[in-house]
Design a protein around this ligand. Structure first.
Ligand code: NAD
Length: 417
C-alpha cells in the first residue's frame, strides 16, 4: 500500500518548500531551512537495576537559531530516530515563528521504551542524556523540555545534572519543570489548554458550537488528557478515546475527570470501566464525530484513512499526525485542519513564559500565565485565519507562510543570505 513508511523529515521539508514557493522567497531561504544547523548523536551507558550496563542511543537536533536559542522537547520512545528528531526540530522553528516567541527550533530523543524502565533506570538515563548534550545545551543556547515519554521530574533531574556537569546552575536551560522547582504554573496544562481553545475557535469559524459537538480523541498522555479536561469544561462531548492500549466508546461522553485519574494511575486507558464498547484503537481516526483531535504520534492520518474521516474539523494536538498526501485529500474534501504548529503551540508558549520567569527569578500566578497564553494563541489563530482567507490557502500553508517570513526576515537582517 502507498505511504507505508512516510519519512517525517521529508514531510517537514516539503511543507517548508511549499510555503517558500508560495512566498517566492530567495532560493537561499529553503536551502538553509531544509537542514538542521547542528545534530548530535550520543551513546548513553546506563547501569540497570540487575547490575548490567546498557547503552542507549540519543539525539539532539538544532534546526535554526536565527531568532533565538534552539527550543524543543526530548522524546523517550522506542521508534525515535535521527530523521524524526530533525523533523520535530524543524517544526519547532516554525511553531516558535507562528507564536512570535524568540526561539528557534530544536528537538531531542532517546531510543527507549520508557514503560520497560524502572524509576531509577529512568533517572540514570535522563541524567546521562543531560550530561551527553551539556556542551550544546544552556539557557541562552538550547532549551529542552518534555515530550512523549518524558515529564517534569525528568527535567528536574536534567537541570541538576546540567549543573553538576557544567558548574552552572541554569534552571532556565530546561522547561516543563515541576512547579516547586522553577516550573511555571499552567505549564503542564498548557498544550491541552491551547488545543481545546483553538478547537473551539475553529469550530466557531465553521458555524459549529463545541458544546454541541461530538469529539474523538487519540492519545491520553500529557497532551491528550489536558485537552480532554478543557474540552470537557467547554461542554464538548468526548465519545471516543484511544491510546496505545485500547479504543473506548461512550455515547454519553466520558467522565473525563474519572478517566484522567485512571490514566494517571495506570499510565493507560485500558481497564477503565466507564465505557460502552471497545473498538480497534486505529479506528479512532475515522470515528463518526464532528471533531477529531489526534494527540498521540505522527503519521496517523494517511492516504489509507483520509477519505474515510467523518469529522468536519481536525485540530492537530500531536506533531506531524497528517502526511502530505493525506493533507491534500482533507483539503479537497473541505475538512478544516488546524495545523500542529499552531494548535499545539501552547506548550512552547508557556515554556517561554517559564523561561522568562526563570531568568527574572520571578513568578506569575496561574491565571496570569493562562491569560497570556490565551491572548497570544488567539492572536496567532486570527492572524493565520486572515492570511488563509487573503491567499485562499489552507491553514497549514498560512501558518508556514507567516512563520517562514519571520525566520527569513531575521536571517536576512543577520546577513545569512
Ligand atoms: P505522552 O507520552 O504523555 O502521551 C502519548 C500518548 O500517545 C499516550 O496516551 C499513548 O498511549 C498514546 N499513543 C502512543 N501510541 C499510540 C497509538 N499507536 N495509538 C494511540 N495512541 C497512542 O506524550 P505527550 O507529551 O502527550 O505528546 C503527545 C504528542 O503531542 C506528541 O506528538 C508530542 O510531540 C506532541 N506535543 C507535546 C507537547 C507537550 O507539551 N508535552 C507540546 C507540543 C506537542
Amino acid at each position: 500500500m502507498k505511504e507505508k513508511n512516510v519519512n517525517v523529515l521529508e514531510t517537514a521539508q516539503k511543507q517548508v518548500k511549499q510555503a517558500c514557493d508560495k512566498l517566492a522567497t530567495d532560493p537561499a531561504v529553503y536551502e538553509i531551512l531544509k537542514n538542521s544547523m547542528r545534530t548530535l548523536e550520543v551513546s548513553i551507558p546506563v547501569r540497570m537495576d540487575d547490575g548490567s550496563v546498557k547503552s542507549f542511543i540519543g539525539y539532539r537536533a538544532q534546526h535554526n537559531d536565527a531568532i533565538g536559542p534552539f527550543k524543543g522537547g526530548v522524546r523517550f520512545h522506542q521508534n525515535v530516530n535521527m530523521d524524526e528528531v530533525k523533523a520535530l526540530a524543524t517544526w519547532m522553528t516554525f511553531k516558535c515563528g507562528v507564536m512570535g516567541v524568540p526561539y528557534g527550533g530544536g528537538k531531542g530523543g532517546v531510543i527507549v521504551d520508557p514503560f520497560q524502565l524502572s524509576e531509577g533506570e529512568m533517572e540514570r538515563l535522563a541524567r546521562g542524556y543531560a550530561r551527553a548534550v551539556a556542551p550544546i545545551v544552556g539557557e541562552k543556547i538550547d532549551i529542552p523540555a518534555p515530550d512523549v515519554g518524558t515529564n517534569g521530574q525528568l527535567m528536574a533531574w536534567m537541570v541538576d545534572e546540567h549543573h553538576k556537569t557544567t558548574g552552572k546552575f541554569e534552571p532556565g536551560a530546561y522547561t516543563g519543570k515541576p512547579v516547586s522547582f522553577y516550573g511555571s504554573l499552567a505549564r503542564t496544562e498548557a498544550t491541552g489548554y491551547g488545543i481545546a481553545n483553538i478547537a473551539k475557535n475553529a469550530a466557531e469559524k465553521l458555524g459549529m458550537d463545541i458544546s454541541k459537538s461530538t469529539i474523538a480523541l487519540q492519545g491520553f498522555g500529557n497532551v491528550g488528557s489536558f485537552t480532554a479536561k478543557y474540552i470537557d469544561e467547554l461542554g464538548g462531548k468526548i465519545v471516543a478515546v484511544a491510546d496505545h492500549t485500547a479504543g473506548l466508546y461512550n455515547s454519553q461522553g466520558f467522565d473525563i475527570p474519572a478517566l484522567a485519574e485512571y490514566a494517571r494511575e495506570h499510565r493507560c486507558i485500558k481497564g477503565f470501566t466507564g465505557y460502552e464498547s471497545e473498538f480497534p484503537k486505529e479506528e479512532i481516526i475515522t470515528y463518526d464525530v464532528d471533531i477529531l483531535l489526534p494527540c498521540a504520534l505522527e503519521n496517523v492520518i494517511t492516504v489509507n484513512n483520509a477519505n474515510d474521516i467523518k469529522a468536519k474539523l481536525i485540530t492537530e494536538g500531536a506533531n506531524g499526525p497528517t502526511t502530505i498526501e493525506a493533507d491534500e485529500i482533507l483539503n479537497k474534501r473541505g475538512i478544516l485542519v488546524v495545523p500542529d504548529i499552531l494548535a499545539n503551540a501552547g506548550g512552547v508558549t508557556v515554556s517561554y513564559f517559564e523561561w522568562v520567569q526563570n531568568l527574572m527569578r520571578y513568578s506569575w500566578t496561574f491565571d496570569e500565565v493562562q491569560q497570556k497564553q490565551e491572548d497570544s494563541m488567539l492572536k496567532a489563530f486570527n492572524d493565520i485565519w486572515n492570511l488563509k482567507e487573503e491567499h485562499g490557502v489552507s491553514m497549514r500553508m498560512a501558518a508556514y507562510m507567516m512563520a517562514i517570513k519571520r525566520v527569513a526576515d531575521a536571517m536576512k537582517l543577520r546577513g545569512w543570505y
